[in-house]
Design a binder for this molecule. Structure first.
Ligand SMILES: CC(C)(COP(=O)(O)OP(=O)(O)OC[C@H]1O[C@@H](n2cnc3c(N)ncnc32)[C@H](O)[C@@H]1OP(=O)(O)O)[C@@H](O)C(=O)NCCC(=O)NCCS
Length: 161
């Protein structure tokens, strides 16, 4: 009985795989939970069926635990979004998703990956620094936090070749 209860209440370790258009609704929900401006299910679905977009997901049972999504342009890629569900944050899932994603991009012939991150977003900045990204630019007042004050976006790059 105790074994059964343990199995029911212990979250399965997330499994990483490529996402498909069927994941649009759950990715849209996690995106809305993680960012000030959410993407609609329709916007996410359009990305998921775009042949130049690569998306990975982490699922724990039937629950989406995280995702990462990039757009490819020639030999470069831009990470458009990455998020881990609050219950799974700080448990290396972001790192595992990013590593798998970068390996896949390298396999597709991508030589450089770019992204923008809010200057004050410490978990994301640490995640990218650990993965070998470095700063190549800044956009002041990029994210509008209040009517009067925006926050700086840092542009990061990592070479894969
Ligand atoms: C950014 C995000 C994806 C990281 O996912 P995660 O699974 O928590 O990341 P990991 O557990 O793999 O940790 C990655 C690094 O961040 C650090 N970190 C995680 N949570 C942290 C926190 N709350 N404060 C400080 N550092 C933190 C970890 O210590 C680790 O650094 P280390 O390797 O130097 O120890 C997650 O926090 C998230 O979804 N945030 C909201 C959406 C977002 O901001 N996305 C990024 C947009 S650019």
């Amino acid at each position: 009985m105790i074994g059964l209860l343990n199995r029911l209440f212990t979250r399965a370790e997330p499994v990483l795989s490529e996402a498909s258009a069927r994941d649009a609704a759950v990715i849209s929900s996690l995106h809305a939970l993680s960012f000030r401006r959410g993407w609609s299910e329709h916007e996410i679905e359009a990305l998921l069926i775009d042949r130049n977009v690569v998306t990975h997901r982490a699922t724990s049972g039937r629950t989406l635990a995280g995702f990462i999504l990039s757009r490819l342009i020639d030999e470069e890629a831009e990470i458009l979004s990455v998020a881990v569900a609050p219950a799974w944050r700080g448990r290396s899932l972001g790192r595992n998703l990013l590593n798998l994603h970068l390996r896949r991009l390298a396999g597709l012939g991508v030589s450089a990956v770019f992204l923008e991150v809010g200057e004050s977003n410490t978990p994301a900045t640490k995640l990218y620094e650990r993965a070998g990204f470095h700063e190549v630019g800044r956009r002041e007042n990029y994210y509008q936090e209040t009517a009067a004050k925006g926050s700086t976006a840092v542009v990061l790059r990592r070479d894969l070749a």
